[in-house]
Design a binder for this molecule. Structure first.
Ligand code: ADP
Length: 166
């Protein structure tokens, strides 16, 4: 049988322990996982795609079946191009559900060959999001137990840089 490939798509601006938990669990179930950074300009990203990818590379370095990529177009086209069988998304709270249902329905309409799977977040990360982390870090709050060390450092550098330039 062919290897099973899953895509974990997202903004990852920046990666948190919540994302990492989903990636680790997907990597146990699928033969190969591609974490794909999509540049959602409507979210006014803090980090460039390159910076986000570099952080993802570092924090998944110990996962041999996980690779990092980025894509500028439609997720379903990317999945087709890669020959992926699955898209894996994380679900935190009921509030995620409606949004995910809409995307999944649209993706299924565009490409019936790729199935979307949801992994429920570990309870301890239910209220964790990149935007929350950025908000706290911006005002010098402690996020060291919410993001990998390399991300904590990058957040401090980014906000210091922004303050110096303002
Ligand atoms: P997007 O902009 O596509 O929503 P995100 O980077 O915010 O991208 O999230 C990527 C994926 O990770 C989504 O499936 C999201 O639901 C999931 N995710 C984000 N934070 C968490 C968390 N704390 N626990 C579990 N899954 C999460």
């Amino acid at each position: 049988m062919n290897d099973r490939l899953a895509i974990c798509p997202g903004s990852f601006d920046p990666i948190t322990f919540g994302h990492l938990d989903i990636i680790q669990r997907a990597a146990k179930v699928f033969d190969h996982v591609i974490v794909a950074v999509f540049n959602n300009q409507s979210k006014s990203p803090l980090f460039t795609v390159e910076e986000r990818m570099a952080m993802l590379e570092l924090v998944t370095a110990d996962m041999p079946n996980v690779s990092i990529d980025s894509h500028g177009g439609l997720l379903v086209d990317y999945a087709r191009e890669k020959g992926a069988q699955a898209i894996v998304r994380g679900l935190r709270a009921v509030s995620d559900f409606e949004y995910e249902l809409q995307i999944t329905s649209m993706n299924r309409k565009l490409n019936e060959d790729v199935e979307t799977f949801f992994i429920m977040t570990n309870n301890q990360y239910s209220f964790l999001s990149s935007s929350m982390v950025k908000e706290v870090a911006k005002y010098k709050g402690n996020v060291s137990d919410l993001v990998p060390q390399v991300v904590d450092k990058a957040l401090k550098e980014k906000f210091t840089e922004q303050q110096e330039n303002s």
